[in-house]
Each structure stands twice: as C-alpha cells, then as structure tokens.
Write a protein that binds this ligand. Sequence first.
Ligand code: PXP
Length: 241
Amino acid sequence: MGIYLGINIDHIATIRQVRGTNYPSLVEAALLCEKSGADSITLHLREDRRHIQDADVEILRDKLTTKMNLEMAATDEMITIASKIKPQYCCLVPEKREELTTEGGLNVTSQISKMRDICIQLKMSNIIVSLFIDAQKDQIDAAKQCGADVVELHTGHYANATNETQLTELEKIKIMATYASSIGLQVNAGHGLTLGNTTNIAKLAEIVELNIGHSIISRAVFVGLRTAIQEMKNLMINARQ
Ligand code: PXP
C-alpha cells in the first residue's frame, strides 16, 4: 500500500510573523507543496496565533487542491472555527502556551466524554477527525471509543531518542500502529521526522500518512521547497519497497 505525505506549513508562516510582513505567501507555498508531491497540507491554528492566522485557514480552504488537515486544540473557539471552515481533516492536539512545539500526545483516556462530544460535533460538519496521541494501547482504545476516524501517533519521543531507546520507541510505534489499524482506525504519524529518521517509520505498513514540517522547511533553505519535499517523498516510497 502507498504512503502519503502531509506537509506542515506552520513555519513558513513563522518566517512571515517574525517580521510582520505579508511574505512569504502561504498560498504560494502550499500550492508549491502540492505540486511537489504533498498529499495534504497541515496547519496548526494555535490559540496564541504565533504562526498560522485565522485568515490563512480561510484563504487556504478555498485554494488547496489536495486536503486541508487543520491541527487545533480541543477548545470551543477552535471547534467553532473548524465547523465554519470545514477542513477535510481536523487533528486535535494538546496545546500549552509556553511550549515551542507540541510536546506529547493528547490524554484521551482522561476526557473521553468531552472528546466524544467534540468528535460528534466535527463529524456533523463532515470533518474527518484525527487524535494526536502517544503510541499507547489505552489511548488508542479511548480514541476508538470517542468515535475518532484516525489516530496520529506521536513520533517525537522516537525522533528525540538515540540508540537502544530509539529502537524501543520504534517497536512501540510498530506494535501500536498494527493494533490501531486492527480495530479500524486509520493510522498516521508525525512529529520530529527528518531525512535521517523517517525510513524506519515509513516502513511500517499500517501507517497511511506522515505529517512532516520543521525538517522539510529547514531543508528547503538549502535545496528549495520542491526538492526538499521530493527527497522526503522518495525516501518514504523507497522505504515501502
Ligand atoms: N503532527 C502534529 C500533530 C504536530 O503537532 C506537528 C507539529 O506541528 C507535526 C506533525 C509536524 O512536526 P514537525 O514540524 O516536527 O515535522
């Protein structure tokens, strides 16, 4: 089975926001990502609006030719925005104001009834709901119980680990990807993936899509966005052969 690449464009917005300019254009970037092999475009509308802005989500919803995956916290404000904009996918993530990036998966087990209500609300707007969780059986079971369609397994611990610990993290992701898929959840994965650590994750046959941002945007500084995306996509496809 094939494997899809979702490109997270948050950090193209970061470059714009640090100087308060109207460039680089997110629309131009997203369309170039799509032309270069992105299967979907991910953007995280954070509560503090540090990179993606409300207007970006609105404009991109119109312009994207693939799919929009809107990452957001499980708050009333975000549910209202998503229900209005209707991206094809919403990925619910935990969010802390002081963090540099999403630090771990959602704790779904501790808030099943809240998450179930949110899944119902989003699905009423025809949005496919994904929950960003750590590779743990109890979290996967809770996601299923809430009616989520997709789980995105957090690869950050794997990405940050080295040697034996990294192999242990990989094994957890492998076992949990198989389990989640066996109970009917689509399995995506992402966070901290680079050209150096993605092959082992892309090899896992149950994983449908990888969402990758920071390393690709960083690599684009040297080789351009088109090449950076093509390099990653080729690596993922080769891993499956
Ligand atoms: N998936 C989720 C749920 C995320 O929160 C992020 C970071 O915004 C990513 C994937 C992409 O992570 P990275 O930028 O490290 O590739």
